[in-house]
Design a protein around this ligand. Structure first.
Ligand code: PHE
Length: 342
């Protein structure tokens, strides 16, 4: 191939390559293919050494012209390419300010959390401190120390999940009473919220649910103090007109034991569906701390007395919000939960 043909050939190749280039990056590669240190034009310039001296000036001129033409071709194309790329980028990044924004929905507190927070704030206002006991308990704290030794018939009141011979999922936050009284001398005034577990499952029972326990121990505490405090609590959570009444009941760790009812806040006590026509709604269990329980914790029952109460948080939530199936509180269905957004 003579030099002129070679030059033509290279020019054609440059044209072909440039037409296939799609980005500045590949343009750079094409540029190197012809003008790089070992590029085709550079190689051609090197080959000048083999040409007789008299032909060199002419050939040099032609080759330099080729190089310059190639450089100009690449520069012009690069400019065009950059403009195209910029245009494309602008088109892609265009923001349509008229498109409606997508918003992240606000979260809401779970009804259980709402009630728990409300209870904590009511009782904190009365000077209660929070104590949280373990969910995995041993037999002693959950039963024996609460005056419920093995074979005591009251154990049947709560169907227990056992993890091992002596290890169980606590069936009541009352276990925390013992942990507190073992470690603290009166005056004691604690509130203990937490999850409890029982093998029980229907529209108003769940194998896992939450309780709120209260314990007050000091000199001269009487059932009157319990009643006064419960009146206050009932008014705050269910409404100013709500009254309480105590009915005799039985718990091994309290003596006497009571079941606490509130007057129906739905019908004002006349009788309706919520209170099943009785005018009263049962909300919690309570009583005076059994002497044997105080003694077991090293507290002299002749010097100190106390009361305790325990309520189911889900039950209070169901009553207060008119929820008829406890499952709704555990399913996490957002259609249900978003109704509690304030
Ligand atoms: N622990 C009892 C229960 O789960 C409730 C209770 C607590 C009763 C404190 C009396 C005193 O049923």
């Amino acid at each position: 191939m003579d030099v002129n043909e070679k030059i033509k050939h290279i020019e054609q190749q440059i044209e072909n390559a440039v037409n296939e280039v799609e980005s500045s990056k590949s343009l750079f590669e094409v540029k190197m293919r012809f003008l790089g240190k070992t590029g085709e034009i550079s190689e051609l310039l090197k080959s000048m050494r083999e040409v007789p001296p008299e032909e060199r000036p002419t050939l040099g001129k032609v080759l330099n012209a080729l190089r310059q033409k190639a450089e100009e071709r690449f520069d012009a194309f690069e400019k065009k390419l950059k403009q195209l790329e910029l245009k494309k980028k602008y088109a892609e990044e265009k923001i349509d300010v008229t498109i409606p924004g997508s918003c992240t929905p606000d979260g809401a507190y779970h009804p259980n959390t709402l009630i728990r927070n409300e209870l904590v704030s009511i009782f904190a206002g009365m000077g209660f401190e929070i104590f949280e006991g373990p969910e995995i308990e041993n037999d002693y704290y959950n039963f024996t120390a609460l005056n419920t030794p093995k074979d005591h018939p009251a154990r049947d009141m709560q169907d227990t999940f056992y993890l091992a011979e002596d290890l169980l999922l606590r069936t009541q936050t009352s276990a925390g009473q013992i942990r507190v009284m073992e470690n603290k001398k009166p005056p004691i005034k604690i509130l203990s919220p937490g999850k409890v577990y029982r093998s029980d499952d229907d529209a108003t029972h769940s194998p896992m649910f939450s309780q709120m326990e209260g314990l007050v121990v000091d000199r001269g505490i009487t059932l009157c103090d319990l009643k006064g405090m419960l009146d206050e609590f009932a008014k705050k959570i269910f409404g100013a007109n709500v009254k309480t009444r105590l009915r005799p009941s039985y718990f091994p760790f309290t003596e006497p034991s009571v079941e606490v009812d509130v007057s129906c806040f739905e019908c004002g006590g006349n009788g309706c569906r919520l209170c099943k026509g009785t005018g009263w709604i049962e909300v919690l269990g309570a009583g005076m701390v059994n002497r044997r329980v105080l003694e077991g914790c090293g507290i002299d029952p002749d010097e100190y007395t106390g009361f305790a109460f325990g309520m189911g948080i889900e039950r209070i939530a169901m009553l207060k919000y008119g929820i008829n199936n406890m499952k709704l509180l555990f399913e996490g269905d957002t259609r249900f939960l978003k109704q509690f957004k304030d």
